[in-house]
Design a protein around this ligand. Structure first.
Ligand SMILES: [Zn+2]
Length: 733
């Protein structure tokens, strides 16, 4: 069919209870048009167009002043399809783009239109009929066209799998200026609508494509957001998605959406991999300004539009019920952003939703780190009472991804057993209820960025000991809402809060950097610590850091050789060469005549202080003639360790007979390898006899003393080893 007709549908007012609603018309046809080589030249998928007509979008549909919720719009498309739509939501966004979403009555279809300046962009989708229309403008003439695509638009790519943290993601490298505000989980089933602020940034290539082929970048953004809001509204998620900021960002796509997304996530304060290169690509340092924009405009979620061909979109999936503000990023392919539910799909991942469980690639549900009972975060597909096959936005539509091979039409809703589409529940309570997940996570995500809340970063953990460690943080707050208390909270469970923790510190109010001690820890245990800051707006937390206290390490000591001072005492000691990782609270020497003396089983022990280094020990009350085993010991928390065992033989001198007359036998054990001298002196100190001996070991010597006068004498042995001095008595003749 070459000649097309678009009819004006007359507008009349009709009153409803309490409010005046308007019947409006969608288009007035300018003229019918023939497809030739000149028409729609700006449109890249011309071969998917079944028919088209140049149209004029009526002014009433382009302005907030003339259109509001509840208005009815009548439209007659190509003269063969008379439809009526009721406005569900309308608004003017931060760029001045006016958009509305409307539900087609009777047909369960959808009309979404955005207008920026004099250009409008829209789509009409009737899943049960397989009808899909675009309203798009020529970038040069600004003429508008209605395109009938009959779901034949070939340029829609399936979303990519959600981005998971790779094994190599360095979870201890968090140094972000990021917040999370812990919600009251028990309240998350309330009826309060969560305002999840969204920021959309786009590359120069995405803008160029949108301006030239897609109806203008601002319309693409507004229509993407309108379609996304439509999905959240249809699913009764109690979520509003205000667009808080949009900006171009200087970035050139790699062609690999996963790399682009990691580069988007990385910030000056958060490097997901702990190193600059991942997968052969430099990751940090590419879109740092996005993070500043996000903080400035308090955006909870951030979407980057890229011009790419490898994926429809990609997002970091939420897998903690307590949120992940540093992962609240996604990418959507600009070529399909306005005319698909890809953005809703990716934001769904950011809220913890996952794909259908039976997909043969990337199946759901979300594997929660702290919500094990939630096995329902998955998409759903079903056959309606009209016989057609439908699926939710988190489900891959193509039959290629399922063993049954059946392609389903994706309808703008998340899975939920409580919502029906074409007479059939659009979910399952156990296997497909992404709405239930969103209802739980919506307040958490909405609190990622709250105006007036302090921005908190958690410092790296240092000085990690058995029972304590040091961390701290940095606080950035606005002057209107000073921080009244800051500090650290820690726990063995992740995401410690002021309400749930093993310990906390308080470091007073104020801004800037602070340091704080983490104490009363168990050794050999993993902990999560995060900085917090309280002001009148609420409590903000930095990202958590994980650390492990060490295993107790035993200390090491070496044994020093004993030096004699007297025949029954010696000086030994040791050197504590390594104190382990806890305080050395005792050190000394133990000895015994049995091998391997210990601090529990000894004949003698010294206690010579604490700490590392050299110490001296006095071994006393040694028995002459005994052979002792001795060794140094050192005690810390890990236990007691010993140095190498040495032996010590205490010298003994036996003299026989005593009293003597003319001969004295002397027996002793000679430790020395040198010559020693047996010496006998009288009471006047005069040496009366000397006998050198050079024999190691047991020495038996005889002194012939026949000419000595009677009296008291002293026998000694001169050696480097001290010997006891023996008093002997000469009886004379
Ligand atoms: Zn996905």
């Amino acid at each position: 069919m070459l000649f097309l007709m678009l009819c004006v549908f007359a507008a009349h007012s009709s009153a409803t209870a309490g409010r005046e609603n308007h019947n409006l018309f969608l288009f007035s046809a300018q003229h019918q048009q023939r497809i030739d080589s000149e028409t729609l030249s700006f449109y890249e998928s011309r071969d998917a167009v079944t028919r088209f007509a140049e149209v004029q979008v009526s002014k009433e549909l382009q302005s907030e002043s003339s259109l509001s919720t509840g208005d009815r719009i009548a439209l007659n498309l190509f003269g063969d399809s008379i439809l009526s739509a009721k406005v569900q939501r309308s608004s003017t966004n931060v760029n001045g783009s006016f958009y509305f979403t409307a539900l087609l009555e009777n047909d369960e279809g959808y009309l979404v239109l955005s207008t920026t300046g004099n250009r409008s962009l829209g789509n009409i989708f009737i899943p049960s009929e397989g009808l899909f229309y675009k309203i798009i403008s020529d970038p040069l003439t600004h003429n508008h066209y209605l395109l009938d695509l009959q779901l034949r638009d070939k340029d829609i790519l399936e979303s990519s799998p959600p981005l998971l943290s790779p094994e190599t993601e360095n979870t201890d490298a968090f140094l972000p200026l990021q917040n999370y505000n812990i919600p009251k989980l028990s309240d998350s089933r309330d009826l309060e609508v969560a305002e999840i602020d969204v920021m959309v940034v786009y590359t120069p290539a995405a803008k160029a494509w949108a301006d030239n082929h897609g109806g203008g970048i601002h319309n693409v953004i507004a229509l993407s957001m309108a379609n996304t809001q439509l999905v959240f509204d249809n699913s009764q998620t109690l979520v509003n998605l205000p667009l808080v900021y949009t900006s171009s960002v200087e970035y050139e796509e790699t062609g690999n959406t996963m790399i682009d997304l990691w580069r988007l996530i990385a910030s000056p304060l958060y490097n997901p991999f702990g190193s600059s290169i991942w997968g052969g690509y430099a990751i940090p340092g590419f879109m740092d300004e996005v993070h500043e924009m996000r903080n400035t405009h308090h955006a909870d979620l951030c979407v980057l539009l890229t011009y790419t061909h490898d994926a429809g979109g990609m997002a970091k999936k939420l897998s903690s019920i307590l949120g992940a503000p540093h992962h609240a990023f996604s990418i959507v392919r600009v070529q399909q952003a306005a005319h698909s539910y890809t953005m809703a799909h990716e934001l769904g991942h950011n809220l913890g939703c996952d794909h259908h469980k039976e997909q043969n690639v990337y199946p759901g549900p979300t594997q929660w780190v702290n919500w094990p009972e939630n096995l329902w975060s998955a998409g759903w597909r079903w056959q309606g009472d009209d016989g057609n096959y439908y699926c939710s936005v988190m489900t891959y539509a193509s039959g290629l991804y399922f063993d049954d091979g059946i392609t389903h039409t994706r309808v703008p809703m998340f899975s939920s057993p409580l919502i029906h589409y074409k007479g059939v529940p659009a979910g399952h309570p156990e296997d497909g209820d992404n709405v239930r997940t969103i209802l739980e996570t919506r307040h958490i995500v909405a609190n990622y960025r709250v105006p007036g809340m302090a921005l908190v970063s958690t410092a790296g953990v240092t000085d990690i000991a058995l029972f304590n460690a040091v961390s701290g943080g940095n606080i950035d707050a606005c002057d209107d809402h000073p921080v009244t208390q800051r500090g650290l909270v820690w726990d063995t469970r992740s995401f410690p809060t002021l309400q749930q923790h093993a310990g906390k510190s308080k470091e007073g109010g104020g801004e800037g950097a602070f340091s704080s001690i983490i104490n009363n820890l168990e050794h050999s245990t993993g902990y999560y610590v995060t900085a917090y800051a309280q002001n009148e707006i609420g409590t903000a937390y930095g990202l958590q850091r994980y650390f492990q206290t060490p295993e107790p390490l035993i200390a090491h000591v070496s044994t020093s050789n004993a030096q004699w001072t007297r025949h029954n005492s010696a000086i030994a000691g040791g050197i504590v060469t390594d104190g382990g990782n806890s305080e050395v609270y005792q050190r000394g020497v133990v000895w015994s005549t049995r091998s391997n003396p210990t601090i529990d089983n000894y004949e003698g022990i010294t206690r010579d202080g604490t700490g590392t280094g050299t110490f001296e020990s006095k071994m006393t009350d040694l028995r002459p003639g005994a052979r002792y085993f001795y060794r140094a010991y050192v005690s810390n928390y890990a236990g007691t360790n010993y140095g190498v065992q040495h032996t010590l033989s205490v010298p003994e001198v036996s003299v026989y007979p005593n009293p003597f007359s003319d001969r004295l036998d002397v027996t002793f054990y000679n430790e020395s390898q040198q010559e020693v001298v047996i010496v006998l002196v009288n009471l006047q100190g005069q040496t009366v006899k000397k006998k050198p001996v050079q024999q190691h070991g047991v020495v038996q010597a005889s002194l012939n003393l026949g000419n000595l006068s009677a009296g008291l004498y002293f026998l000694s042995i001169q050696s480097e080893y001290p010997f006891p001095v023996s008093a002997v008595i000469n009886m004379g003749y």
